[in-house]
Design a protein around this ligand. Structure first.
Ligand SMILES: Cc1ncc(COP(=O)(O)O)c(C=O)c1O
Length: 479
């Protein structure tokens, strides 16, 4: 038994408590020079990664047994040197993943984060940022209201919109649906066959009966047809149902298509329905002039989602949900337990705008990004992404082995091999990934398997696009 600490003033203190108090207060502390050295090691490693990324593989997938053998084992009983552990993390765990910030990562939705945003994330983590209650985090909560207002005004949303930052589009879209249902009551929800799959997954999970979900077929341009929507709503009314919510998309994941928001907005208004717009992917495009003109009617949305971790150069994770009716989020999500009364009731309570209570400040990185670059530079970086997809379309049109399936729209273009079948396309995408040079997605549009590039990384060069298309054309024509 170790020596018990001498606490003469407290003769009745139990031994177990004395033993606990004998544990030194600096048990987890590192000395200052060691902290600095390790911190610099991390910075050096990240800078090396970022400055050589174009020469690295765009995606590496390991196998579970090998990775577990390298990273796992029984729970460590004794500590080991931090420096070596950092190297293991960087060389093994973090090397075996997609690099969404790689200039030739064109699959699904890339994540080209920027250095100021990374610094903001580090700073916020180092200072244990928290944006839950006003009393516990007035600075970070203010930052959150500021970045939401910047985004709202930059994208041209309704001026009354209030925002909250969440982990991603999936959570933000479903939080919007919960808010809409709280306001309009239960009823039928209308979406399209191009609505993001996370919404289809989320609706039943929040108790939406599947018989009250209408998935409408899109037209030849992959848009929700307003006439079909109106007919579906009228039919449901005739059958005694309550049409409650329409979910439109501003930049679909497959093709970058934007639903006809002005027409859909009119329909929602006439039937007193809530219009939610999923701009998780396409929303940030509205910060630049060309994107804004491709996205008319964003101000019609009763709620709107956009993901800065997609097209606004942020590390994961950060999404923003806006709701037009002031106070609607609080009316849906407010809580006031006895143990939070000391810190609640302030100017803004972010803990009352979603289901998250303890939440780090996702606003720090976005604030630093806006302040460091300014809107015009960010708009130019977004515009370059739009242009890169147009350039890819141009190259596809020049290549007789390839054909455009959907033209460049908000940084996405789809195409196919002229004489290639579905399996050829899937194989070509897999071969490219295996090669490590670039990553693209295959997808299925109206039953046809095609290839898809998402070109939102401004550091992508025209050679990167040309090199990727040349390889794909070659793989496809090999048949
Ligand atoms: C249009 C759209 N909505 C929602 C999502 C889901 O976003 P997240 O992956 O951030 O949850 C995505 C993801 O790609 C998307 O493209």
């Amino acid at each position: 038994m170790p020596d018990l600490p001498d606490l003469p003033d407290l003769p009745d203190l139990p031994d177990a408590t004395r033993l606990a108090l004998a544990i030194p207060a600096d048990i987890l502390a590192l000395d200052e020079s060691q902290m600095r050295r390790l911190g610099y090691e991390v910075v050096d490693r990240v800078i090396e990664h970022l400055t050589t990324i174009g020469q690295q593989r765009a995606l590496t997938t390991g196998d579970l047994d090998t990775l577990t053998a390298q990273l796992g084992g029984p729970i460590p009983q004794q500590g080991s040197p931090i420096s070596g552990n950092l190297t293991t993390l960087a060389d093994i765990a973090l090397a075996n993943q997609q690099h969404g910030e790689h200039p030739r990562y064109f699959a699904r939705v890339p994540g080209p984060s920027s250095y100021p945003a990374i610094l903001g994330e580090w700073l916020a983590t180092g200072m244990q940022s928290v944006a839950s209650s006003w009393g516990g985090g007035s600075g970070p909560s203010t930052l959150e209201t500021i970045v939401c207002a910047w985004l709202r005004d930059g994208m041209g949303l309704a001026p009354s919109c209030e925002g909250v930052l969440l982990s991603g589009g999936s959570m933000a879209n479903i939080t919007a649906v919960i808010t809409a249902r709280n306001f309009n009551g239960p009823g039928v929800i209308y979406l399209s066959d191009q609505t993001h799959s996370s919404i289809n997954r989320g609706l039943p999970a929040i108790g939406q009966p599947t018989e009250h979900i209408r998935i409408l077929a899109t037209d030849d341009t992959f848009r929700l047809n307003p006439l079909d929507l109106k007919t579906a709503i009228e039919t449901d009314i005739e059958n005694g149902l309550h049409p409650m919510l329409v979910i439109a998309t501003a930049g679909t994941t497959n093709t970058g298509t934007v639903d006809d928001l002005p027409a859909i907005g009119d329909i929602c208004e006439s039937f007193k329905m809530w219009l939610h717009v999923d701009g998780a992917y396409g929303g940030p495009a509205a910060l630049c002039e060309r994107g804004r003109s491709a996205l008319p009617g964003l101000d019609r949305a009763d709620s709107f989602v956009t993901d800065p971790h997609k097209w606004l150069f942020q590390p994961y994770d950060i999404a923003c949900l806006f709701v037009k009716t002031p106070g609607a989020l609080e009316q849906t999500f407010a809580m006031n337990p006895e143990y939070l009364k000391d810190v609640s009731g302030g100017a803004v309570e972010m803990q009352n705008r979603s289901l998250e209570l303890t939440r780090r400040s996702r606003a720090v990185k976005l604030w630093l990004t806006f302040r460091s670059y300014g809107l015009q530079t960010l708009a130019d970086a977004i515009n370059r992404g739009i242009g890169l997809a147009e350039y890819a379309q141009y190259l596809v049109e020049q290549d007789e082995r390839l054909e455009v399936i959907t033209p460049a729209a908000l940084g996405i273009v789809t195409f196919a091999g002229v004489n290639a079948n579905a399996a050829d396309h899937v194989r070509a995408a897999a071969e490219l990934t295996e090669d490590g040079y670039a990553v693209v997605s295959s997808t299925v549009l109206k039953g046809r398997t095609v290839l898809r590039l998402c070109t939102i990384n401004p550091s992508t060069s025209t050679d990167d696009i040309a090199g990727t298309l040349a390889r794909l054309a070659q793989f496809l024509s090999r048949g």
